[in-house]
Design a protein around this ligand. Structure first.
Ligand SMILES: *[C@@H]1O[C@H](CO)[C@@H](O)[C@H](O)[C@H]1NC(C)=O
Length: 597
């Protein structure tokens, strides 16, 4: 992924601190560039704008330098993202360049400023894919910035009253009060309002406190037309007659098709990493817990990649001193006792299994390690021609602690124990250092993945009803309860913590890609009637034709079954922090919402 930094100041050009620059270079190790621009707005009052980009080159044949600058107008773009499609057309070559060309076209004609804004928004709304950006429209004295509607890339901002600066960055610096830029629309900072004189129609929406008037243009517009790629209207239809969700149901085939299209964009044409080991032919890795969502991705990526390309499966496991300590106590855990939190029950269960295999390594008995190995085995059986590599990332407690302050600074402005425990898992997984076992060679060897693209199964639970609370909602309040819960999840997709995850993962010069969050797939899933996604209403007494498949995310489970992943299809769901055992690592009791101490 790339790094973005932009400062607009009334007092001179500002540059990021050396520390911040270093962090930006971790995200984009292939190139660093900057661009400066000064505008005198009136009577000696000037705005000084500094743009900086670092590049992780994953698109087009070579490294494409940034920021993009248009020599004739002085307009410039910092681009951190992947425009997979513009409108319905896949983008060939470098996507940042393609977006920039369209933005320059939008600003160059002799339009009124408000028409220019509309044209710029049209370009941005037509992009499918994750991005964060800063675009300087020098001609009209406007600075645009924002994140894609699902918030898949990070962008944080800081306003400094004393310095008279407004700063945007992919990661938070150490000093000051940084806020996440909301993924709800395009922001327009209007530093030269003189271009708006004679305009009857000022841009609408609320003002954000900053050094110049800032407007917000929401992604979702009331009159969303098809050109704007809306994410669909949630289908709240309740079934009126009995319906069976099985392998013949249309939704299974649709999901397969859409997921395959999504994966094509995300796994094909990935360039080989620079200075790669010629014996390693790997470009894509999967963040691999061995669960349903990520294993389906691995299985389908197999169908799309040349068979001589290896695929790395990165599986992370932690030494959790609470589990170890609990294991030493001889007491058998009591489930469901009144003050047991979910975490305690998970840990208690873990304790029990630990006691059964007292000599095993703390890593090998992590729940995700067990399911990971099992799913690895199943992939080898189902796709024997592929060279799969299982990368076991073992994180001793001492190492977790050694990286703690780094991880805390990366997730900022997020700051809860829950954020930290999830971030640990992603941070060490994305580092990709561990021991590897391949289908050809069963003896583990030390290994660091060269893959710069990491596939993540995130999103499937929200789209298809995979969380326990979805089952709970159905049991308590039937379809109405379930639909409300799922609709909330879909609405929250953009507010999820993908910015936080991006800051942690990109630190290692890699980027996560989310095939389930493809715009076309999300739109289809949102509009698909509930009974074709999950199956909480199934009549359990009825004779089943399909194997014993759980009702949550059933459409995806059926797809997994069709793809030959029979044991993965019936695997139970587990959240990352429990599976990798990063939840509640510190002794003493804390809740997930507790601020990091
Ligand atoms: C919801 O699903 C039903 C049944 O397939 C379909 O007839 C209806 O058009 C869908 N509604 C929306 C808003 O997509």
């Amino acid at each position: 992924m790339c790094g973005i930094h932009a400062v607009i100041s009334k007092t001179g050009f500002q540059v990021p601190s050396e520390d911040l620059k270093h962090l930006l270079c971790n995200r984009g190790p292939d190139h660093i560039g900057d661009h400066r621009s000064r505008t005198e707005v009136h009577d000696g009052i000037s705005y000084w704008i500094t743009l900086m980009s670092t590049v992780l080159a994953l698109r087009g044949g070579q490294v494409t330098p940034q920021p993009f600058v248009d020599a004739s107008s002085g307009s410039a773009l910092c681009w951190n993202g992947e425009a997979w499609k513009i409108g319905q057309d896949p983008v060939e070559g470098n996507d940042g360049q393609a977006v920039f060309t369209l933005l320059i076209q939008a600003t160059s004609s002799k339009k009124l400023p408000s028409e220019t804004t509309i044209a710029i928004l049209e370009v941005l709304r037509s992009i499918s894919g994750p991005f964060a950006f800063v675009f300087l429209d020098k001609r009209h004295g406007q600075l645009y910035f924002g994140r894609d509607r699902l918030g898949r890339r990070s962008l944080v901002s800081k306003y400094d009253f004393d310095l008279g600066t407004f700063e945007l960055c992919s990661i938070s610096g150490e000093k000051g009060f940084w806020l996440e830029v909301e993924a709800d629309g395009v922001y327009q900072l209007s530093y030269d309002s003189s271009t708006w004189q004679n305009e009857s129609q000022h841009p609408p929406e609320d003002r954000v406190k900053t050094i110049a008037v800032t407007y917000k243009h929401p992604w979702a517009t009331a009159d969303s037309d098809n050109s704007g790629l809306p994410l669909g209207l949630f289908n709240t239809t309740v079934p009126t007659e009995h319906f069976v969700l099985d392998r013949q149901t249309d939704s299974v085939g649709y999901l397969r098709h859409l997921l395959s299209e999504s994966l094509k964009l995300r796994v094909q044409n990935v360039p080989l990493p620079p200075n790669h080991d010629i014996n390693l032919h790997v470009r894509v890795a999967v963040l691999f817990s061995g669960g349903l969502d990520c294993t389906v991705l691995a299985r389908m990526a197999h169908d799309l990649l040349p068979v001589d390309q290896q695929i790395d499966l990165i599986n992370v496991a932690f030494e959790n001193p609470r589990v170890v300590q609990a294991a030493k106590k001889a007491t058998k855990p009591r489930k469901g006792s009144s003050k047991d939190s979910k975490v305690d029950v998970e840990l208690a269960e873990a304790t029990l299994s630990e006691k059964l295999v007292s000599d095993a390594s703390p890593f090998e008995i992590c729940p995700d390690r067990c399911t990971g190995r099992k799913a690895f085995q199943e992939l080898q059986v189902v796709c024997p021609a592929r060279s799969w590599r299982f990368v076991a990332v073992d994180v001793p407690y001492s190492e977790t602690i050694a990286h703690k302050s780094k991880v805390i600074s990366l997730i900022s402005p997020h700051n809860t124990e829950m954020d930290l425990s999830i971030a640990y898992a992603l941070y060490f997984a994305a580092r990709g250092v561990g021991t590897a076992t391949s289908s050809l060679n069963a003896t583990p060897v030390p290994y660091a993945t060269p893959a710069r693209v990491l596939l993540s199964g995130l999103g499937a639970d929200e789209l298809f009803g995979g969380y326990t609370r979805h089952a709970t909602a159905f049991n308590r309040r039937g379809f109405t309860g379930l639909l409300e819960e799922l609709k909330l999840d879909v609405d929250r997709l953009g507010k999820r913590n993908l910015g936080r995850d991006d800051r942690v993962i990109s630190h290692w010069g890699r980027e996560a890609r989310f095939p389930y969050l493809d715009e076309n797939l999300v739109k289809w899933a949102v509009e698909c009637p509930i009974w074709q996604k999950c199956d909480f209403h199934q009549d359990t007494s009825a004779k089943k034709q399909d194997p014993d498949i759980e009702p949550g995310k059933k459409v995806l489970r059926l797809l997994a079954y069709d793809l030959g992943l029979h044991s993965v299809a019936v695997e139970k769901k587990r959240a990352i922090q429990f599976g990798a055992r990063t939840a509640k690592m510190e002794l003493g009791s804390t809740k997930g919402t507790t601020l990091i101490s």
